[in-house]
Design a protein around this ligand. Structure first.
Ligand SMILES: [Zn+2]
Length: 396
């Protein structure tokens, strides 16, 4: 392990992130508020806010008279101050969004691809980037970068090549560097659950939390671990690969070679199989809603089963990580997710049983087909804003 030294430039960037993050968390702050919250000197704050105003990252609201002294001018994040592009790369599609600095989606684009390796992805990525920029009409100079979320697991013998969702060639941590060079802008690559966790931290239910797990129920099951203010992604970007924890001895066969993996019970694919789809790639989340409408007993049985295993997953995560909360999101339609959650009580006793809890043990996060792309778009913004950002900095 090596540590980089601190120099004045690093300190300046760090202080800038501290100011931006304070304003993001509190929505609006005056210079005096920032001084009180950060402990930085008024002169430093004045320099940083002037710089951020000039760059367009911040704007001001009308001055508020607060009794004695000069009226305070509140600073807010300016949504049009910068933009970011996020891409969710799946086996056969590339779904992209452009978001503003406050995370609102301002343009969408997608392209068909066929299990692309990083080098083959350059052309379609350039194409969607151009389309997004034309649709949203922001100048390239305001683009912070691109985040690319790819499904894991990465580089695991027997797992990465044959999974239903995984893509070959993306496990190398230098992929971000290669794409940055090819596209001429900063590109950050993360696994889809980690990207979605960062999206949840910047714009969702985890907005003010420093320790939470984002449980991503998609075609498989993954988790993004947001610990001590950073994403923990492990030695090969595989931390949080919850789906392949074995929970049933002699359980259902998994493509990884084990039996009884968690995602064989709690995932879209598990639901599709329960509903009798022989080829899960032909099913969609809407099929679950249709099954609910016709009171399909196979769906009810699956909901019971899924709740059993979600309860177990919650127990493991709480005892392992002692987190503030678990945020569940992903691709399950909200009514289906709510039915599973309604079946969870009582949760297992765990270190999560605390009388001084500030948030519930389980929260529902963002759900829907765009959350991974939005999470990917959050990566460059998180980089720009988060003072403790360093994990994703390693390639930049
Ligand atoms: Zn497995």
């Amino acid at each position: 392990m090596s540590f980089s030294g601190t120099n004045l430039e690093n300190a300046r960037l760090h202080n800038r992130r501290v100011v931006l993050e304070s304003i993001r968390q509190h929505t609006r702050l005056s210079r005096a508020d920032i001084t009180r919250l950060t402990g930085l000197t008024p002169q430093t704050i004045s320099n940083i806010t002037s710089e951020l105003l000039a760059q367009g990252f911040l704007s001001t609201l009308p001055a508020e008279s607060g009794g004695r002294g000069q009226p305070a001018v509140p600073f807010v994040i300016n949504p049009q101050g910068a933009y970011s592009v996020g891409v969710q790369l799946s086996q056969h599609s590339l779904q992209a969004v452009a978001v503003d600095l406050c995370g609102a989606v301002v343009a969408r684009a997608h392209a068909a691809v066929d299990r692309v390796r990083p080098a083959q992805a350059v052309a379609p990525l350039k194409d969607v980037l151009q389309r997004l920029q034309q649709l949203a009409g922001f100048p390239m100079a305001k683009l912070l970068g691109m985040g690319v979320a790819t499904p894991g697991p990465f580089g695991v013998d027997g797992l990465s090549a044959i999974g239903p969702t995984t893509l070959p060639g993306w496990q190398d941590l230098s992929v971000g560097e290669q794409l940055s060079a090819a596209l001429g802008l900063p590109v950050m690559v993360a696994n889809d659950a980690s990207a979605a966790a960062i999206g949840e931290r910047l714009y969702g239910a985890g907005s003010t939390l420093s320790n939470f797990v984002y449980m991503f129920v998609g075609e498989g099951l993954g988790a993004g671990l947001f610990l001590n203010g950073q994403v923990f992604d492990g030695v090969a970007n595989n931390a949080g690969e919850l789906g392949h924890i074995v929970v049933e001895r002699n359980g259902r066969a998994c493509y990884c070679g084990n039996h009884g993996c968690l995602e064989r019970y709690l995932s879209l694919w598990a639901a599709y199989e329960a509903l009798g789809f022989e080829d899960p790639t032909q099913a969609t989340p809407e099929d679950l809603l249709h099954a609910m409408e016709r009171n399909d007993p196979r769906l009810a049985a699956w909901l019971d089963e899924a709740a059993t295993y979600m309860r177990q997953a919650i127990n493991m995560l709480e005892c392992m990580l002692d987190i503030e909360t678990i945020i569940v999101g992903g691709l399950l339609p909200v009514p289906i997710l709510e039915k599973i959650i309604a079946r969870l009580a009582p949760l297992y006793a765990s270190v999560g049983n605390r009388s001084n809890r500030k948030v519930a043990r389980l929260l529902v996060g963002n759900v829907g087909s765009e959350i991974t792309a939005q999470g990917a778009a959050a990566l460059p913004i998180f980089h720009e804003m988060n003072p403790s950002f360093n994990v994703l900095l390693k390639n930049h």
